[in-house]
Design a protein around this ligand. Structure first.
Ligand code: SF4
Ligand code: SF4
Ligand code: SF4
Length: 531
């Protein structure tokens, strides 16, 4: 008998398709965010301000799972959607594979072992090999159409595993989700306590057991009045297949709730939704501040507002002037990373209040936020921005890329031609420099400080690689470059792309020759800043 397709499955496929096209690597992001926090905790580099976005993101998605169950797996995860597609294709294959019940039960425990291995080995002790080992990473790479111009990643360990998973999914529905997914293991542990499980009226059932035999996760859901198994991915197939409509769920509120929480958590993680209450209070102006006559003439009394462009967006300020003295500068909003902005905020505001001038130095390691803040203050007074910024840049001998000069990050523009900064003695010319390099997922930006001919500080101002890998590369590579006073240092095993991106960015800042293998391997990804 031909089965009618139920509306909920149509909705599911539409949501899966939209998620695949818009956020194909969301599941990797969730897992990387967890990994980043664990790595930082183990490595002792954890700070709430640096990881708040990751924590909120993970908490959001796991809260939705705790309330409604694994709708993320059933409706949003692209890796799950890929397996669903492969299973449909697998129906055309004449050979069928049936995993015996006992084997299925034991194989399901494998994912907890995978989770344990990654948690202890990869996050805890960084014992990965120097290769792309994760099938998710390879899947993430090939969700970009342009990446298909080169199939080299299928030749990595991760690529091989991905191929095996795809083959397995042809024969066993949700093969990876059931047996191997470490994120699925975490979801499973959470979902078994969910507030709204599927409901079943077992008294009306008889012995059909259709709901159990057709369940992609082999949940034995014909045995109780509630489906509380953490394995359930809320695909809703059982609710549609039951001939007596004995299994029910409040599907629409649950899907809407999960989508809303995931979207809010994701946008917040991406920095698109910015929480403003964290802005520290501006210090009261010091009583020692005195206005000189010239400054007083420059700043007529009043309250002014101004806007400047930071690294991630606009910075808005309110400036008060009393008796010709700038008495208060309040940041009304900003979109830069708090870690960098806070550093710029205290330095710049203090400097402006103390000197009663807007011609102040940028804060090392927070150049974009500093420039944006200075621009906003100048804007409040109606001063010309570009000339001042250019003058300041020249004064510091700061070599900036076109990106920095225009304050429009990630724009596809060619940087200016850099002059060689290295002196004959092998030392560098004093100054603060910015540079960029290519990582696995995009551009890494750094600020490099040179004092007395030595590289004294390297600060990463932004990166797009997965935090889990980047943090591991960051501390080691920066320490190695500072020790060697050269970018000719070893990459960090298991974080090769991020390591090379930092080395390239530092070399770029200092005007040193450096060939980044990432730039060659990543050709075809298309949207990177080219040097
Ligand atoms: S179990 Fe893992 S791969 Fe499967 S849908 Fe959930 S997160 Fe995605
Ligand atoms: S068929 Fe039912 S029990 Fe099985 S995963 Fe889907 S919703 Fe859960
Ligand atoms: S398919 Fe429906 S009637 Fe059959 S066992 Fe499951 S809940 Fe009961």
């Amino acid at each position: 008998m031909k089965q009618k397709v139920k509306p909920i499955q149509v909705i599911r496929v539409i949501i899966q398709l939209i998620a695949f096209l818009t956020v194909p690597a969301l599941f990797v992001t969730v897992f990387s965010a967890i990994g980043g926090v664990v790595t930082a905790l183990v490595g002792g580099s954890f700070s709430i301000s640096a990881y708040l976005g990751s924590i909120m993101f993970v908490l959001g998605i796991f809260t939705a799972t705790l309330i409604w169950g694994r709708f993320f797996c059933g409706f949003i995860c692209s890796f799950g959607a890929m397996q669903d597609l492969l299973h449909v294709a697998g129906a055309l294959i004449p050979w069928k594979v049936k995993v015996p019940e006992t084997a299925d039960k034991w194989l399901k425990k494998l994912k907890y072992a995978v989770l344990l291995f990654i948690a202890a080995g990869v996050w805890g002790f960084s014992v990965t090999g120097d290769t792309v080992w994760s099938p998710w990473a390879v899947f993430g790479i090939y969700t970009s159409v342009s990446a298909w111009s080169s199939l080299q990643y299928f030749a990595t360990l991760g690529g091989g595993l991905l191929i095996l998973i795809m083959i397995g999914s042809l024969f066993v529905e949700r093969f990876f989700c059931k047996y191997l997914c470490p994120l699925g293991a975490l979801f499973s542990l959470t979902a078994r306590f969910r507030f709204y499980p599927l409901k079943r009226q077992s008294a009306k059932c008889g012995s059909c057991k259709l709901c159990a035999t057709k369940c992609p996760m082999s949940v034995p859901n014909s045995e109780s009045d509630k489906v509380t198994s953490g394995e359930c991915i809320n695909c809703m197939k059982c609710t549609e297949i039951c001939p007596k409509q004995n299994i029910t769920a409040d599907t629409i509120p649950a899907i809407s709730g999960t989508l809303a929480i995931t979207a809010i958590a994701g946008l917040s993680y991406a920095g698109i939704i910015t929480g403003m209450p964290d802005i520290p209070e501006t210090e009261e102006p010091s009583a020692e501040i005195t206005a000189d006559t010239e400054s007083s003439e420059l700043f007529p009394d009043g309250t002014y507002t101004g806007t400047g462009r930071g690294f991630r967006g606009d910075i808005n300020v309110t400036v008060n002037v009393d008796n010709g003295v700038i008495t208060d500068i309040i940041v009304n909003s900003y979109q830069d990373d708090k870690e960098f902005f806070s550093r710029a905020q205290s330095g710049i505001i203090d400097a402006v209040l103390q000197t009663q001038s807007t011609d102040v130095d940028t804060v090392s390691g927070a150049t974009f936020s500093s420039s944006g803040l200075i621009e906003a203050i100048k804007n409040a007074f109606g001063e010309e921005i570009s000339a001042a910024t250019t003058a300041q840049t020249a004064e510091h001998s700061t070599k900036t890329t076109t990106e920095a000069a225009t304050n429009t990050p990630f724009e596809e523009t060619e940087p200016e031609t850099f002059t060689q900064q290295k002196t004959v003695s092998g030392k560098y010319t004093d100054g603060v420099y910015t540079g960029c390099g290519n990582g696995l997922r995009g551009q890494t930006n750094v600020t490099v400080t040179v004092e007395n001919g030595e590289i004294t500080d390297i600060t990463v101002t932004s990166y797009q690689d997965d935090q889990q890998f980047f943090v591991r590369a960051e501390s080691n590579i920066i320490a190695a470059i500072l020790a060697a006073q050269s970018v000719d240092v070893d990459t960090v095993s298991g974080a090769t792309f991020s390591s090379n991106s930092i080395k390239e960015a530092v070399a770029n800042a200092l005007g040193i020759e450096f060939t980044n293998p990432n730039s060659t391997m990543q050709q075809g990804h298309g949207d990177r800043h080219r040097h």
